[in-house]
Design a protein around this ligand. Structure first.
Ligand SMILES: Cc1ncc(COP(=O)(O)O)c(C=O)c1O
Length: 305
């Protein structure tokens, strides 16, 4: 779906008209994938628009930029206010927000340390990532033949632009095979994550997800679900998972800012099940939290100032 055109984009310190937020074709990041980014959602909450866990997303952006030697020329507070200004200037309430930090135009070559670091933040309305039907009834997933990135090749904890070529290969492969989403395995054959989501399983009432050492992004929605397990009194464990663990699970679900909490109904033609009680509880509670209706997690609801 084409990105709907908004009025402004925050680019290197100021709000510029949408079509003026341009870069040169010789921009370093375009050639070498030298960028880091975030995916954030703003929700229409009880007391107005709120940018969910903005502080945590900004923190991860700084961690990603550190991992790739890219000092951000703004403070976290400046980026926080830039995000609020952007949402207000485009008169948005529910939207997706995409900050990106990248090596800019000026120098080519693989040593990027003297190239400029540019920062942009854009926002636009973006509906359910894996579709309304997938959200309600569950998606069909397939194990991809593309191995997820390993810690010795790249800074696995970073949300970096170049790293997403790995996800793109997996996503295209399973889409061409007629599935909704990919599940990737790491170099040891252990389950890592979806192409753009973390993954959870429920077995005999216990909630399990792979540890970050198995090559998963430290997802903010993943963290939310882990906190919700405690709040709901559900036993939880971070544990290495195999292909078999997923196929025999009682419930499987994906988590991500764009995707939110999405049941998996089928994997490689194995029927997992209709969305189960734990998945439904997580979906309902997550919705209540992001809409500012859950007092226990009100501290994650960051109203646009
Ligand atoms: C590869 C990958 N894993 C996991 C996630 C989920 O992370 P979060 O919940 O912070 O959006 C994302 C999305 O950002 C992702 O792209």
């Amino acid at each position: 779906m084409p990105i709907p055109e908004m009025e402004t984009i925050w680019f290197n310190g100021e709000l510029v008209p949408w079509h003026e937020a341009r870069v040169h074709v010789l921009t370093h990041a375009l050639h070498y994938g030298s960028g880091v980014f975030e995916g954030i959602r703003c929700y229409k909450a009880e007391k107005g628009p709120e940018v969910f866990r903005l502080t945590d997303h900004i923190k991860r952006l700084y961690r990603s930029s550190k991992l790739y030697y890219m000092p951000i020329p703004y403070t976290p507070e400046e980026l926080r206010h830039a995000t609020f200004d952007l949402v207000k200037s485009n008169r948005l309430d529910a939207c997706y927000i995409r900050p990106i930090v990248f090596r800019g135009y000026g120098e080519m070559g693989l040593l990027p340390l003297t190239s400029s670091v540019d920062v942009a933040i854009a926002a636009w309305p973006w509906g359910t990532y894996l579709g309304e039907e997938g959200m309600a009834r569950g998606v069909r997933a397939k194990f991809s033949s593309i191995q997820s990135l390993d810690h010795t090749s790249l800074a696995r904890a970073a949300k970096a632009t170049g790293q997403y070529l790995n996800s793109i290969l997996a996503k295209v492969e399973v889409t061409n095979a007629g599935y909704d989403e990919a599940i990737m395995l790491n170099e040891h054959g252990h389950v890592s994550e979806g192409s753009g989501e973390n993954i959870f399983v429920v077995r005999d009432g216990k909630v399990l997800t792979p540890p970050t050492a198995d090559g998963v992004l430290e997802g903010i929605t993943r963290d939310m679900v882990i906190e919700l397990c405690e709040a709901e009194g559900l036993p939880f464990q971070e544990r290495t998972l195999t292909r078999s663990d997923l196929i025999v699970a009682d419930e499987v679900f994906f988590t991500g800012t764009a995707a939110e909490i999405v049941p998996v109904r089928e994997i490689d033609h194995h029927f997992i099940g209709e969305p189960g009680p734990v998945t439904r509880t997580m979906q309902d509670r997550y919705k209540a939290i992001v809409e500012g209706r859950d007092e226990a997690f009100a501290h994650y609801v960051e109203y646009v100032e």
